[in-house]
Design a binder for this molecule. Structure first.
Ligand SMILES: [Mn+2]
Length: 330
C-alpha cells in the first residue's frame, strides 16, 4: 500500500484517465469513482470511462464525476497522452476494448487490483490479493494520504466494498476491511441511498428474468452443483443488461446442499458467460481456470463460445468430473 501512496505522490500532472472492466459491477464503479475523487483531491482532473454506460442503479454515485462510455468521447478526449489507471481488472482485455485503438496516445498503464489471477499487465502494478475489494485499496490509500474521505467518495468506496463482499460476509473480508467501513461511516457514506438503489430497485424485467432462472434451476450431485441459465430470448424480451442480473447467481447458491452455484447467461447469441459462486470447499478461481477464466476463491467466471445447450453440457460434464476427482478443493 505504501508503494501505491509513493507512486501517487510522485506522478506529474499528465492527463489522467480511469477505466475499469466491462459489465462494470459495484467494485469497478466504486473504485473508479473513488480513485477519481482521490486524484481530484491531488489536483488532477481525471476522466473516467468504461466500455459501456454504467447500470442505472449505480448512477447515484455519479455526482461531480461522470463515467463516460467510450463511444460518447470527443475526439480531443481520445487523443490525450494519458496515464491510464485500470481498476479491478485481472487482465487488460477485461476492459473490453483496445486501449491503443481508442486512446492511441496513451503513455502508461497503472494496474490497481485485488484479483489473485492478476497478470501484472501494467507499467506500474499495485495488486493486493488480500484486499476484499479494489475499492478497499482506494479507500485505504485515500484515508492514509488525506486523513479524511469526502462524503461522495466515501459512498462510492463503501458501495464497492459492500457489493464485492456480500455486505462483509464473504471470506475475503478482513478486520482491515471492517475498520475501513467504520471510517467510511464516520465520513458520512450514504448507505441509505446504496440500499435503496441497489437492493430495492428492481425492474419488472428483472423480476421476470428471476422467475425464469428459478424455473430453469436444476441440480447435479444431489445439489452439490446447482445451476441455472438465462437464454438470449429471455435477455432480449426483458431488456436485460448484465448489470441487471449480477445477483441472479445468488439464487442457486441458496440451496442448502450447494457448494458450486452456476449461472449460464447468453447476452450474445452462442457466446455463453458463466458465473461461478462457491461456499467453502471448492476454489472457484481454479475451477474457472480450466475453461480459461478466473476470478476469486468464492466468485469467478469463464466464457464458452457454443450454443447454450452445448455449452451447458460441456461445462457441467467437465465440472462433475473434476469435482469427483477433487481437482479444485481449497
Ligand atoms: Mn473487485
Amino acid at each position: 500500500m505504501n508503494e501505491l501512496k509513493k507512486y501517487l505522490k510522485k506522478i506529474v500532472k499528465t492527463p489522467v484517465m480511469i477505466v475499469s472492466h466491462e459489465s462494470p459491477d459495484g467494485d469497478a464503479i466504486g473504485s473508479s469513482i473513488g480513485m477519481a475523487y482521490l486524484l481530484k483531491e491531488m489536483g488532477f482532473n481525471p476522466i473516467v470511462v468504461n466500455k459501456e454506460s454504467i447500470p442505472a442503479k449505480y448512477r447515484f454515485l455519479e455526482n461531480d464525476i461522470k463515467i463516460k462510455c467510450i463511444d460518447e468521447l470527443e475526439e480531443t478526449e481520445r487523443l490525450d497522452r494519458y496515464n491510464v489507471f485500470v481498476m479491478d481488472s485481472a487482465k487488460i482485455d477485461r476492459i473490453g476494448f483496445s486501449l491503443k485503438e481508442i486512446f492511441p496516445n496513451y503513455e502508461n498503464i497503472v494496474n490497481i487490483d485485488h484479483h489473485v489471477s492478476n497478470d501484472y499487465f501494467g507499467d506500474n502494478n499495485f495488486v493486493f490479493p488480500n484486499m476484499a475489494a479494489t475499492s478497499e485499496i482506494v479507500g485505504s490509500v485515500y484515508f492514509d494520504m488525506f486523513g479524511y474521505i469526502t462524503k461522495n467518495a466515501a459512498t462510492a468506496i463503501y458501495t464497492g466494498i459492500m457489493t464485492d463482499t456480500g455486505n462483509l460476509t464473504y471470506e475475503a473480508t478482513t478486520g482491515v476491511t471492517v475498520a475501513l467501513v467504520s471510517i467510511l461511516h464516520e465520513m458520512k457514506a450514504d448507505f441509505n441511498s446504496m440500499r435503496k438503489y441497489l437492493y430495492e430497485n428492481e425492474s419488472v424485467g428483472q423480476m421476470n428474468g428471476l422467475k425464469t432462472i428459478l424455473n430453469n434451476m436444476d441440480i447435479l450431485m444431489d445439489g452439490f452443483v446447482t445451476y441455472t441459465y438465462l437464454s438470449y430470448d429471455t435477455v432480449l424480451s426483458n431488456g436485460l443488461t448484465s448489470g441487471d442480473i449480477e445477483n441472479y447467481v445468488d439464487y442457486p447458491r441458496k440451496v442448502a446442499a450447494c457448494e458450486v452455484a452456476l449461472l449460464f447467461k447468453e447476452f450474445i447469441k452462442d457466446e455463453i458467460k458463466v458465473s461461478i459462486r462457491t461456499k467453502g470447499s471448492i476454489d472457484a478461481n481454479k475451477l474457472a481456470g480450466i475453461f480459461g477464466g478466473g476470478g476469486h476463491k468464492r466468485a469467478a467466471g469463464f466464457r464458452i463460445k457454443k450454443p447454450m445447450d452445448q455449452a451447458m453440457k460441456f461445462a457441467l460434464n467437465r465440472i462433475v468430473e473434476g469435482l469427483k476427482n477433487n481437482e479444485w478443493n481449497n
